[in-house]
Design a protein around this ligand. Structure first.
Ligand SMILES: Cc1cc2nc3c(=O)[nH]c(=O)nc-3n(C[C@H](O)[C@H](O)[C@H](O)COP(=O)(O)O)c2cc1C
Length: 183
């Protein structure tokens, strides 16, 4: 039997995205915002999109600074991901409270990276589309880095470590070791 899903919950049918931690900063304010609604959009130039609720502090900071960083967390950071997703950077200093390490980016000027993450995509803001209660922030990747213990032969090597995926609410799953298929 197939049951009807309320439209407001329809995103949950698609929502099993890899969780990233978006960092955003403007002047002396920073935030760390978990985001599962992320997508690559172009290879040349390298572009991506993230959908963030209009009310989020990260949305305000990105609109002002015109840059953001996607940081890719390991499964072991799940507690910190949940913490950062349960508070707004308007109310607390998420770097201080989560004890994640703020490190200087390679190319951007305002936004910090998260030291404990396995990869980083530093992006300048290309455009913003309003989509209902979210902004779709379109970013051009200025520089990308990954830990070579986990990113091998142009792919995440999920035998060495697990990435975080979000089903919605408090439900998560972790990546399993990858399978290679014959040509
Ligand atoms: C695993 C996870 C994934 C999330 N994905 C998104 C997302 O894709 N878009 C969004 O707007 N909020 C998402 N959220 C909610 C925000 O991360 C959360 O509301 C956060 O506290 C906003 O922080 P800010 O106000 O400092 O930006 C997610 C939360 C969690 C825990």
């Amino acid at each position: 039997m197939k049951v009807n899903i309320p439209k407001v919950e329809a995103s949950r049918l698609l929502n099993c995205g890899m969780v990233v931690l978006v960092t955003a900063a403007y002047k002396d304010k920073t935030t760390i915002t978990p985001c599962a609604w992320q997508m690559p959009l172009s290879k040349k130039p390298a572009c991506l999109g993230i959908a963030l609720a209009k009310a989020h502090f990260s949305s305000e900071l990105i609109r002002k600074s015109e840059e953001f960083i996607i940081n890719i967390p390991h499964w072991d950071l799940l507690d910190k991901v949940v913490f950062c997703g349960s508070h707004s950077g308007r109310d607390i200093d998420k770097f201080a409270e989560s004890r994640l390490t703020l490190i200087k980016p390679l190319s951007l000027s305002k936004t910090p990276q998260i030291g404990e993450c396995l990869g980083h995509l530093e992006c300048t803001l290309l455009d913003i589309k309003e989509v209902g209660d979210h902004y779709l922030f379109l970013g051009e990747v200025i520089c990308a880095q990954a830990d070579d213990n986990y990113f091998v032969n142009k792919c995440w090597d999920t035998r060495n470590g697990s990435l975080i995926f979000h089903l919605g609410g408090r439900s998560f799953f972790k990546s399993s070791p990858f399978v290679e298929v014959g040509r």
